[in-house]
Design a protein around this ligand. Structure first.
Ligand SMILES: *Cc1c(COP(=O)(O)O)cnc(C)c1O
Length: 384
């Protein structure tokens, strides 16, 4: 049996007529840049995320970049994030001249540890503290970081909060008082990616920034179009960060299905959990559900021993898997000049050695999931 890590064809087949109609409308209009289709998607995504404003941009990476540019991070400023994320988070901090200050993750959620955030800031001298401008928490694999203490620390130090919600559209977080908020709507900026493998994926690149601030919205809007307002009067140096009209039309169709696809992923995650439990598999640690609504962009287990061998074995049996991420960012070659040592962030290093993402996309069948679990059991218990 073949169980790919991700197969988008079935999903496409299920919505093909509406996608065709929506794209044909764009072809007929011959309006390919911005326009009402982009506006419509922006409004719908803002509503979906329980947030006031949204600006469609060219990718998740550009969502982060435009947020950092707008937030006024200057060369030499410190920006706090984790070393266990997709490259773009830290790549963008670096591109605006920021210096990444890493906080290790929680071992059970892969997200920023709010206690370590506090202790790191507490250990800084006054001069260093003054340089810290922003925090970029990542809602990794589709589960929100523990935002309440992070937001509290941010407000104590007057830091901008830029949520990297690239993997987490629709994910929810519950505050201690019972308030529930959606990923991206809690900080000053919330960044999404519409890369095809994300829960809401375009037919190419795309992204969005959401915010509850009119002022930030106006600035992001200006920054997306070369910093001009009005046209040809450039107030700041922005760029071409526009979301394609065609992608917006496709995403508007797909957004109406997002909740059912999320439910499919959650059901698949529950099935994995129960099958591994029934099978008495103790060699894997299941991902902890701590947030209010985990949207399972990835289903990532920790393999106590033999992760790479298991991955090879699964591959030989037709099962796709992936390692997110094999090399934490503090030890990437291009960031060597920041001077971090491998042992600075042991939880991230451990996660990079043991984590494994299993197929979780909504169209997987029960039979496919059982097959994955059976092959994993075979690897651990029946190998000759
Ligand atoms: C996908 C992703 C990005 C970048 O998004 P692109 O649309 O691929 O540019 C940024 N951060 C995280 C955590 C991601 O998963």
């Amino acid at each position: 049996m073949e169980v790919p890590l991700l197969d988008l064809k079935k999903q496409y087949e299920s919505i093909k007529p509406s996608i065709m109609a929506a794209t044909e409308e764009v072809y007929n209009s011959q309006q390919f840049i911005l326009g009402p289709k982009v506006k419509e998607l922006e409004e719908k995504v803002a509503t979906y995320c329980h947030c006031r404003f949204a600006v469609g941009v060219s990718s998740g990476t550009d969502a982060l970049l435009i947020s950092l540019m707008t937030s006024g991070v200057k060369p030499g400023d410190f920006v706090i994030t984790t070393p266990y994320t997709f490259f773009a988070t830290v790549g963008c901090i670096s591109r605006v001249g920021g210096v990444p200050v890493f906080i290790d993750i929680e071992a059970d959620t892969f997200n920023m540890d709010p206690v370590k955030l506090k202790t790191t800031l507490a250990a800084m001298g006054e001069k260093q503290i003054a340089k810290v401008k922003a925090i970029v928490p990542i809602h990794l694999f589709g589960q929100c970081a523990d935002m309440e203490p992070i937001l509290k620390t941010a407000s104590e130090h007057r830091l901008e909060v830029i949520e990297d919600a690239a993997q987490a559209i629709g994910s929810e977080y519950a505050f201690r008082d019972g308030t529930v908020k959606r990923a991206g709507s809690m900080g000053n900026y919330g960044c999404f990616s519409f890369f095809p493998s994300k829960n809401l994926g375009a037919f190419g690149d795309g992204g969005m920034v959401i915010t509850n601030s009119q002022e930030i919205y106006d600035q992001l809007y200006m920054m997306r179009g070369h910093g001009a307002k009005p046209k040809y009067y450039h107030r700041v140096i922005g760029g071409n960060f526009r979301l394609d009209t065609l992608q917006a039309a496709i995403l508007t169709v797909k957004l109406t299905h997002l909740d059912e696809w999320i439910s499919g992923r959650q059901e698949n995650a529950a099935l994995y959990r129960s099958l591994f439990k029934k099978g008495g598999v103790e060699e894997l640690i299941m991902p902890l559900e701590k947030g209010k609504r985990h949207i399972y962009n990835q289903f990532v287990v920790m393999v106590k021993k033999g992760r790479n061998e298991l991955r090879e074995f699964l591959k030989s049996k037709g099962v796709g898997s992936e390692v997110y991420y094999p090399i934490p960012l503090h030890i990437q070659e291009c960031f060597r000049h920041y001077g971090y040592r491998e042992e600075d962030f042991p939880i991230s290093v451990d996660a990079a050695k043991k984590s494994l993402a299993l197929p979780i996309f909504p169209e997987l069948t029960e039979g496919q999931i059982s097959y994955v679990v059976d092959k994993i059991k075979e690897f651990f218990y029946r190998r000759p």
